[in-house]
Design a protein around this ligand. Structure first.
Ligand code: NAD
Ligand code: ZN
Ligand code: ZN
Length: 352
């Protein structure tokens, strides 16, 4: 028997894609299975979506950085195989997920007022704690999303970040049924945002710089599309023409700074602009337009456990269906490259 065989026979090691240095290729390493602590469960992964945030994490793009070595991934779906000490409302064999909001303190001002995504002591899946790019992961059973019965693991995985994030982001636009929303960036987040917006009764304009993304958006219910890469196109005027004066809300999921300033051009007076996308850096904001149009510009980070349950329920009722292509854990560096190059339609998920 080789070492690897005897080791895996003991079932105490696993493979995980690990960030060892910012900007370097992820390393598929063998590590020991983590031991679930208090309120924690060990979960055997079935699938994990790959979010553009995982690329930002591995590149150390943001001012608040994770600490290598770490395992990214926060759209993991799997079954509970071991429970740590403490009480749990999940049992062995249940299907659960991990999420960006891996846990929160439960007692601070934000947690007590239903705003747990603002908790300053929150842990983030695949960022401050190891995530779902491995064969096993830990979850906090008080915060881990419960996967609805009948869900397809690969298909439901993107709901755990992309889905909940845009669902909450769309709620934050305060766009009413029958009003216009622009979804800027039709990637992993944007392609589910189109579906949530349609299900929420909004009229959707999809904006991207890729024709394939815009075609996908149309097939998912966008009434109009804007190709921001078109030479000489004024996106503000294009949207004003479609909507008769500008969009009531704009949701920006794009991974490019230019899209953030454009949101202001596309907004109607009194509109709410919600930022989900997180490219590093900043953008110039015209003070006059913001004041004169009386705009609200709002950041929105994932969603609470309640938002998550609601977002999953849209999926369970067949109102939202992520478009997912499967890959293997070993493909992770290629998938990252495709995300950076803007070559991914919908979402890619690792199948274990
Ligand atoms: P993705 O790579 O799948 O999609 C990004 C899309 O943006 C692509 O379709 C790309 O063509 C498009 N794009 C690029 N430049 C553009 C431009 N100038 N105008 C319009 N569209 C443009 O990425 P994703 O997984 O959907 O993530 C999107 C962003 O959202 C990332 O920055 C990610 O970190 C962030 N994110 C934030 C939250 C949150 O809670 N706020 C949650 C998840 C992801
Ligand atoms: Zn994410
Ligand atoms: Zn808190």
């Amino acid at each position: 028997m080789t070492t690897t065989q005897s080791r895996s026979a003991h079932n105490d090691v696993m493979k995980a894609a690990t960030v060892t240095d910012f900007g370097a290729a992820l390393d598929i390493q063998e590590t020991s299975l983590p031991e679930p602590g208090r309120h924690q469960a060990l979960v055997k992964l079935i699938a994990s979506g790959v979010c553009h945030t995982d690329v930002h994490a591995a590149d150390g793009d943001w001012p608040v950085k994770p600490q290598p070595p770490f395992v990214p991934g926060h759209e993991g779906v799997g079954t509970v195989v071991k429970l740590g000490p403490g009480e749990h409302d999940v049992k062995l064999g249940d299907m659960v997920g991990n999420a960006w909001l891996w846990s929160a303190c439960g007692t601070c001002e934000y947690c007590r007022t239903g705003r747990e995504t603002m908790c300053e002591s929150a842990e983030y899946g695949g960022y401050t704690v190891n995530g779902s790019f491995g064969e096993y992961m830990l979850v906090d059973t008080r915060y881990a999303p419960k996967i609805p019965a009948g869900a397809q693991p690969v298909e439901v995985a993107p709901i755990l970040c992309a889905g909940v994030t845009v669902y909450k982001g769309l709620k934050n636009t305060e766009v009413k049924p029958g009003q216009w929303v622009v979804i800027s960036g039709i990637g992993g987040l944007g392609h589910v945002a189109v579906q949530y917006a349609v299900a929420m009764g909004m009229r959707v304009i999809a904006l991207d710089i890729r024709q394939e993304a815009l075609q996908l958006a149309k097939s998912l219910g966008a009434e109009a599309v804007v190709d921001a890469s078109e030479e000489g196109l004024n996106v503000g005027e294009a949207v004003a023409q479609i909507t008769g004066g500008g969009a009531h809300g704009v949701l920006v999921t794009a991974v490019h700074n230019a899209a953030f300033g454009q949101a202001i051009d596309m907004a109607r007076r009194g509109a709410v602009i919600v930022f989900n996308g997180l490219p590093p850096g900043d953008f110039p904001a015209p003070i006059f337009d913001i004041v004169f149009k009386q705009l609200t510009i709002r950041g929105s980070l994932v969603g609470t456990r309640q938002d998550m349950d609601e977002a999953l329920d849209f999926y369970a009722r067949g109102l939202v269906k992520p478009i997912v292509s499967e890959c293997q854990l070993e493909d992770i560096n290629d998938v990252f490259r495709h995300l950076v190059d803007g070559k991914v339609d919908g979402r890619i998920a690792i199948k274990y």
